[in-house]
Design a protein around this ligand. Sequence first.
Ligand code: NAG
Ligand code: NAG
Ligand code: NAG
Ligand code: NAG
Ligand code: NAG
Ligand code: NAG
Ligand code: NAG
Ligand code: NAG
Length: 421
Amino acid sequence: MDHHQSTAQKHHRFSLPIVIKRQLLYAISFLIFLIVSVFVFDLLPPFEPHQLSRFGFLSQILLNNKKSSQGSCNYSYGRWVRDESYYKIQSYDETCPFLDPGFRCRQCGRKDVEYLNWRWQPKGCEIPRFNASDLLERSRNGRIVFAGDSIARNQWESFLCMLGQGVHNKSTIYEEHGKPITKHKGFLSMRFSEYNLTVEYYRVPFLVVVGRPALNSSTEVKMTIKVDQMHWFSRKWVGADILVFSGGHWWNEDKTVKMGCYFEDGGKVNTSMSVMEAFQRSLQTWKSWALQNLDRESYIFFRSFSPVHYRNGTWNTEGRCDVDMQPETNYMNLEPEPVNNQLISDMIKQMELEYRNSKVQYLNITYLTQFRFDGHPSVHREPGTPVPAPQDCSHWCLPGVPDVWNEILYAHLRSMGFKTK
Ligand SMILES: *[C@@H]1O[C@H](CO)[C@@H](O)[C@H](O)[C@H]1NC(C)=O
Ligand SMILES: *[C@@H]1O[C@H](CO)[C@@H](O)[C@H](O)[C@H]1NC(C)=O
Ligand SMILES: *[C@@H]1O[C@H](CO)[C@@H](O)[C@H](O)[C@H]1NC(C)=O
Ligand SMILES: *[C@@H]1O[C@H](CO)[C@@H](O)[C@H](O)[C@H]1NC(C)=O
Ligand SMILES: *[C@@H]1O[C@H](CO)[C@@H](O)[C@H](O)[C@H]1NC(C)=O
Ligand SMILES: *[C@@H]1O[C@H](CO)[C@@H](O)[C@H](O)[C@H]1NC(C)=O
Ligand SMILES: *[C@@H]1O[C@H](CO)[C@@H](O)[C@H](O)[C@H]1NC(C)=O
Ligand SMILES: *[C@@H]1O[C@H](CO)[C@@H](O)[C@H](O)[C@H]1NC(C)=O
């Protein structure tokens, strides 16, 4: 299916000295997958606990109404509030048929439920309640696309379950090509047949092309990331009504240059290009592609980085996230915002300037997500995972944290007046 991906995999396989069985290859890919990104740090703006006032409730409501009527709620900033009723009323559960086994943490043995008792409270305003019927109605005859790495898939599955709540007969929602949702494929397209709507996921960890290096490049170059060419899946995104992009977990040295995967620009391998320079260059490529190919009517989102949470080590040095049962409350324990985010946000700002009347939005979820050490599968990995496997502190249990990202996505769509024709 995904030609470039399979080329890359073959290439990788041939470059290893031993014959690798399929399962081992999967295990290795998964480990690589979990590598914590290496960041250049920026300073986080100081948290203002006194401003998250417990007393100014009434004034918050007043402020709220004013702000939301102007559609200018700053969803990115606020705090987690304990609310036991939240998931019971608002959410789907692990029986949702669109969830990977690896995201169903309770079915995988997680006993504590405290991670489900928290709702995100933006400062000074409210996130509108996610209304699946409303969003389905607004999306009729439409296409919604999620493109990115496995965290994007995590978000996509959350979105399917949330939206699926508006449909009584779940059998009317199916994968268009009959592909099983639990297997990791290049792309999946779920049709909500009662609404003539598809919600699609494309696996593109880098957004741009990954493939064989240019001819006669040096032998240390095993693969290249072609920062000036959009992934060929991008052709399928044209005409979508809502597009949610993301990226970040693969943009680090461990998953690129240290594996012999270098950057290529203008048909030439450039071994001196740093990972962040390459990321920025790819974002430029993405922006030009979007300006040239996407309809003015498309709603374009770029989600910010989803933090990983390994305490006492990294993914491969027995780092863990199974000790946290509640969100972190001490902002001093949070990582600074990764530089990836600034690059994305700057690119979105440039796009807004060049693309008048644009419906483009930076989906800033990093800060709120940083508190959620407790939301990961940790040791409650998919059944069949080898026992000494590292903890999964990068993906998210579902229901869980990505639901909030989708609530914010919905909030933006509403305030932007989204509706398909
Ligand atoms: C949201 O609030 C935070 C904290 O006050 C601030 O750093 C950020 O710039 C605000 N974002 C927007 C889009 O206003
Ligand atoms: C994202 O939101 C957080 C919290 O409001 C803010 O501190 C940060 O500056 C925002 N990031 C960007 C790149 O706008
Ligand atoms: C959800 O949206 C539908 C359709 O717009 C509307 O009829 C219904 O009242 C909404 N439900 C809630 C709880 O707001
Ligand atoms: C379904 O939506 C597509 C556009 O995505 C449209 O061309 C087609 O006519 C719609 N089908 C029906 C039965 O409304
Ligand atoms: C649910 O939808 C499926 C597929 O369209 C259909 O075969 C089935 O009869 C429906 N079930 C009910 C109870 O309506
Ligand atoms: C690759 O080969 C072509 C033709 O033989 C030559 O012109 C070019 O300089 C070579 N490029 C590199 C990077 O060696
Ligand atoms: C390689 O990339 C760096 C950083 O983007 C750039 O400064 C340099 O000019 C590039 N080299 C070539 C040969 O294009
Ligand atoms: C993490 O390391 C610190 C210091 O080495 C130790 O006090 C703490 O108990 C460790 N925590 C876990 C969960 O292993």
